[in-house]
Design a protein around this ligand. Structure first.
Ligand code: CTP
Ligand code: C5P
Length: 371
């Protein structure tokens, strides 16, 4: 352990325990956020190393998001204290010492280099490695799969009025006889415990200016992030209203949302600018909602606003009260653009996913046959 890492850097009698995490953090989702939450709880200062585009491409395949986008997304997760850009793929003791970190934390899955070497073998051997629980049912691989195959099995209602029958060639199982236990497709099971762990538990203080925004926030991305940062700056307490899956489906169309309401809730709650989430907000911003939460200002970005089913403006009430403000996120990322990126690089991602699962299956079988 580095000399400084064991020293007292917090002042007083509380020892600072610095924790290191690293990863690709491509298409940041609540599984990543949950691992960082657990890691932070193992110490009190969390540093996160994010790999460069070149490193990710070499070891895993082309990332969906650029390194600048990935750095920004990780910085916005509320348990992260610092981000180290272009962190090396294999975690070394030099890296831990350089950033004065006591130990490294990773999920209970296996991460390997292009050559199939465990990226944590050095820190494991030096006893400076701890494990957190990987969140089942979400991974970049799975999200890419949902977009490529246009599956709707992530909709919590199962076969409802919006379900479509998939052709056999679009089956998730196609071409695969078995799935890796780590990144293979498993179902995400939302629990109240998870909500409690992600929630800030805060309420507005007397005199706080309350800001309300609503939307789909599907595949939570850098555009959402820039928007929420600006919205949060409009007041002291930011509430995000998330529309239900059928509502999002009505105004976004055929295959949306890609992530269901529970998943979208956790992704938004992990963002440092957000204080509270309304899980299943009404599409129009109603007088009741504004009074209940004592909303001072309602914001929307520059993306188009769809009419309600009866053709009315969902922001009619805040506009009538002169409490509506349009803000510029300055970022043109949209959920649709992410899906387009994936479709455009369809073959590369399919190959990448298959390679990753194959490597993991081999490692898993090795673990099973070990005496
Ligand atoms: N992680 C997790 N739960 C998930 C997905 C990732 O706990 N559902 C953790 C990993 O175990 C790791 C960290 O998030 O500690 C960063 O993961 P990353 O390097 O981005 O790669 P993957 O594990 O491959 O993530 P994904 O399968 O989403 O590509
Ligand atoms: O499209 P969605 O409902 O997810 O958008 C939620 C909010 O984020 C909306 O107010 C939208 O205008 C805003 N946004 C933005 N800039 C982006 C993407 C979304 O301001 N690039």
């Amino acid at each position: 352990m580095s000399e400084m890492a064991s020293g007292d850097k917090m002042g007083g009698d509380k020892k600072q325990v610095r924790v290191w995490c690293d990863g690709c953090y491509d298409m940041v989702h609540f599984g990543h956020a949950n691992s960082l939450r657990q890691a932070k709880a193992m110490g009190n200062y969390l540093m996160v190393g994010v790999h460069s585009d070149a490193e990710v491409t070499e070891h895993k395949g082309p990332p969906v998001f650029t390194e600048q986008e990935r750095y920004k997304m990780v910085r916005a997760i509320k348990w992260v204290d610092e981000v180290v850009e272009a962190a090396p793929y294999v975690t070394t003791l030099e890296t831990l010492d350089k950033y004065e970190c006591d130990f490294c934390v990773h999920g209970d899955d296996i991460t390997m280099t292009a050559e199939g070497v465990d990226t944590y073998h050095i820190v494991k051997a030096a006893n400076r490695y701890k494990e957190c629980l990987r969140t089942r049912g979400v991974s970049t691989t799975d999200l890419v799969g949902r977009m490529l195959l246009m599956t709707r099995s992530h909709f919590k209602t199962g076969k409802d009025e919006y379900s479509v029958d998939l052709p056999p060639e679009a089956s998730l199982e196609q071409g695969a006889t078995a799935h890796s236990p780590w990144t293979g497709v498993t179902q995400f099971l939302p629990t109240t415990q998870q909500l409690i762990q992600f929630s800030s538990g805060k309420v507005p203080k007397p005199g706080d200016r309350v800001v309300y925004v609503a939307g789909a926030f599907d595949l939570f991305h850098v555009g959402h992030l820039d928007f929420l940062e600006k919205a949060a700056a409009q007041g002291d307490f930011l509430i995000v209203g998330l529309h239900t899956d059928p509502i999002v489906n009505r105004y976004k169309g055929y295959n949306y949302p890609i992530m269901n309401l529970h998943e979208r809730t956790l992704s938004v709650l992990a963002c440092r600018y957000v204080d509270e989430v309304v899980i299943g907000a009404p599409y129009p911003v109603t007088p009741d909602l504004m009074d209940h939460f004592r909303v001072d200002v309602v914001c929307h970005g520059t993306t188009p606003i769809s009419d309600d089913v009866d053709g009315s403006d969902p922001y009619a009430e805040p506009k009538r009260r002169s409490k509506f403000k349009q803000i510029e996120s300055g970022n043109d990322m949209t959920t649709q653009k992410i899906v387009e990126r994936i479709i455009e690089h369809r073959m590369e991602f399919m190959v990448r996913n298959m390679k990753k699962e194959k490597k993991e299956m081999a490692a898993y079988e090795g673990l099973l046959t070990r005496p």
